[in-house]
Design a protein. Sequence first.
Length: 461
Amino acid sequence: MTRVASPVRVGFLSLGCPKNLVDTEIMLGYLRRGGYALSQDPADSDVIVVNTCGFIESARQESIDTILEMAEHKKAGRCRRLVVAGCLVQRYHSQLRQEIPEIDSFVSLDDLERIVEAVQTDLHSGAADPGTAISGAARALYDHRQARVLATRAHLAYLKISEGCDHPCAFCAIPSMRGTMRSRSIESLHLEAEDLAARGVKELVLIAQDTTDYGRDLADGTDLPRLLRNLEKVDGIEWIRIHYAYPNRITPALLGAIAQSPKVCRYLDIPLQHADAAILKAMKRGGSRGIFREMIEQIRHVLPDCALRTTFIVGFPGESEAAFQELCDFVEETRFDHLGAFTYSHEEGTSAYALSDDVPSAVKEWRRDRLMELQSGIALEKHQALVGRTLPVRVDGLESDTRMLLTGRLASQAPDVDSRVLIVDGEAAAGQLVPVRIEQAHAYDLVARIVPPKESESAVV
């Protein structure tokens, strides 16, 4: 009897942001279409692929540590090849080739469709084929015709509406890796959304380097409000969420489109980065505490129930104690629903690299911790105001660590980055929208129980 060879098993590790995760899903799709078996266990993989992040120093170090850890499987394990992809490759291809010889092949941001070839041979062989060396910013833009294997929960998917970025932020190296902003067509996005809905996706999270800049490069009237009105027509999609909105592009037209939509979550993720006018100017962001206050007042006037998420960078060159206090005062008065704080990373290839990195690391870390402590108290107060209310929650499934409690999210909570709802009583399937009564409040989690149908009919939401 002829023995049939087992398919090659490929294990994937995806690091970094959701935009990078979509790239991973595209590569997984090509591999599955090519007849490869996908593995979640590197120790049980013939080929390991690491999709890296190269945004800031901590992300680069995590990527390098992961690559070196996976290289150990080639020494004592089943793995025969190690492939490295993503932003780190785009930015540091030659250094990686020289310093980590265990890497067998590289996949740039423009090479995603060549992942099948990469698990078999070296796409960028240096001296053997100098014309294939990776350099410069990416130019590719995927569309609905490319396969995707979702790596998220089955009822959730990220929809990348554009690539690259045209903003000149002084601290950011993304344009040097991802290139200039390139928008996908509304038709392509609608077709992909229909395909995702047909696969059981109920929640779309729109992502880009700047979602609110969507369509500007097309110069045909395409913009985010128009896209929202189109996507809400897709049967099966129940929630549409907007991430990465640039503050000076929050327009009345956008707010109106959200207000009029039965599907777009009253939720905006607006990375403000700071509130002190001088620091924002140095960041090449613009704006000020007063300008941001007016913008947020406008949002809350049009969308009174809108949840606001933001991120801030502390320790940027020249950030004085007074500038940091300006930021803290702004956070206290604004009372964001969700907030992330990061220490400034002095990045080669950015315009801020010419500035003196003059805030000590210990001070940066203290300021980050202080800001998050301040936000923790605000979040707890906001959560306590929900105790006793009955609200609709999207069930995500069993909690990842204990596998004993159901978890879910309100429309005001984005996946993986915001707080969540722990469901201590009741049963529901992942993806289902169920009424729950909030029983307890903590700074980063809510505790609730599912309300039985008869009880929920009379409950006030």
